[in-house]
Design a protein around this ligand. Structure first.
Ligand SMILES: [Zn+2]
Length: 454
């Protein structure tokens, strides 16, 4: 994988394209759902010779995957004994379940290591994670204790060394006990972004004691801790690198966190159904796609968008043959980045700027993704936390929360935000105690009831 990343761009593209054609062919041959997709488009896999022909195949939405799961969207007629379930987080109704075959699981595992090492982190370094609350409920805190490496090897005996499933389990144990050395802290409670100072200080103390090379947490948690550190003037905990989990950070949010913790903030990108997809090589470099594992498209109204233009992100998984995801609508909006990266990797780069369904559409059809709005509001004095909701074309609700609102005039804020959004809109501003998470444990600082514009 490392060698692949540093190969010349044209060699990367041709390897990626031939893997893509292999997946298209298998999906057509073995998966009823895709066979119908191809037929509806009047296409056969051999017809897809360039990215343009691929555009004719309709993107695959999450709810379509769920609706056709399992029989119609999994490969028929091949052995299933090495398939395993993988589920996305979220509440039961939001969760999506997919099958990963053996090759996919190995690719996910290797890609996790690749992602960890992408910025030079050393394997075996300690990391601390604060995942959203839902993990505590759904993954279960009462998981059985894992056997130690030696105990496991003893239990499978010499013939286990030749059994690839047993070795895969062993690699999983090595991963958790040796490679990542991950400590998981409990999520923020129902009080949301407005946690008492002593609770936040306790997190800071735990981090200071752990001295992690990597600290990962929801953006909301990172921001709350950053605000606390800044406000109290306390020494930030010694953290080597910070990465947000669950969603991408707006530049202003990233700057707030980097400043408070005095450490680099880097993004990686991935989902449970696809595994690690991309990683930044340096703060703000843009995400390098793992192009041996995925094919990415940026589209709007069914057409490809140019570099720098806002588009819907579609991902094709090049590895998982058990349940191919082709032109899968991952739910994020992003921009393609052009030009070579100083790090020397030849893989394509992109940036994620928010969820597609939460893009604000202001007359006459201007699109504002979450990061653009966040950057505007974070620059506004007195706004520490916000949640903005687009109710209709011209009606917006804005909630603000947090300390440091002295001198914040709600009337002025309403006027200024309306002007920012484009004049002829109404912005109803309200002060609230706190911003609380959604049912899945994640936070949504921007929501839209308007039609999804991409
Ligand atoms: Zn780079």
């Amino acid at each position: 994988m490392r060698r692949f990343d540093f190969a010349p761009p044209d060699r990367i593209r041709s390897a990626q394209w031939s893997a893509l054609r292999g997946i298209l062919k298998d999906a057509y041959d073995l998966v009823p759902f895709y066979r119908e997709r191809f037929e509806a488009a009047g296409l056969r896999p051999d017809d897809v010779r360039s990215p343009d022909e691929l555009l004719r195949l309709a993107p695959v939405a999450r709810d379509e995957v769920a609706a056709h799961f399992p029989d119609r969207i999994t490969a028929a007629g091949i052995p299933r004994d090495d398939w395993r379930f993988a589920a996305t987080s979220g509440t039961t109704s939001q969760r999506m379940i997919v099958f990963h075959d053996f090759a996919k699981r190995e690719a996910v595992r290797a890609a996790a290591v690749r992602s960890f090492r992408f910025t030079g982190l050393r394997l075996g370094s300690r990391s601390v994670e604060i995942p959203p609350d839902v993990c505590n409920v759904q993954c279960g805190l009462k998981r059985e204790a894992e056997p130690s490496l030696m105990d496991y090897l003893r239990s499978v005996g010499p013939k286990g060394l030749r059994d690839r499933e047993a070795m895969a389990t062993f690699r999983g144990l090595v991963e958790r006990q040796v490679v990542f050395r991950r400590v998981t802290l409990s999520a923020f409670d129902a009080r949301g972004t407005c946690q008492p100072g002593e609770v936040l200080d306790e997190y800071v103390r735990t981090l200071a004691a752990a001295r992690p090379a990597l600290f990962k947490a929801l953006p909301a948690y990172l921001l709350a801790l950053a605000c606390r550190i800044r406000r109290t003037g306390q020494e930030p905990p010694p953290v080597g690198e910070i990465r947000p989990m669950g969603s991408a950070l707006a530049p202003s949010a990233r700057a707030r966190i980097a400043e408070a913790f005095r450490c680099p903030v880097v993004e990686d990108y991935g989902t449970a159904e696809l595994g690690p997809i991309a990683c930044e090589c340096a703060p703000g470099s843009g995400l390098h796609l793992f192009s041996d594992l995925f094919y990415i498209e940026h589209v709007r109204d069914g057409a490809r968008v140019g570099p720098g233009d806002l588009g819907r992100i579609l991902i094709t998984d090049l590895t998982n043959r058990a349940m191919p995801l082709i032109r899968y609508d991952i739910g994020d909006a992003g921009v393609r980045l052009d030009g070579p990266c100083p790090c020397g990797r030849g893989t394509e780069r992109f940036r994620v700027v928010g969820r597609t369904r939460d893009i604000l559409v202001v007359p006459p059809g201007r699109l504002l993704p979450e990061h653009t709005v966040t950057d505007y509001l974070y620059a506004y004095t007195g706004v520490e936390w916000f949640q903005i909701l687009q109710r209709s074309d011209r009606r917006f609700d804005l909630q603000v929360a947090g300390d440091g609102q002295d001198g914040l005039s709600l009337e002025a804020l309403s006027r200024d935000v309306a002007a920012y959004l484009g004049g002829d809109v109404r912005v109803h501003v309200r002060r609230v105690e706190t911003i609380v998470p959604e049912s899945g444990g994640k936070y949504r600082f921007m929501k839209s009831l308007a039609r999804n514009p991409l």
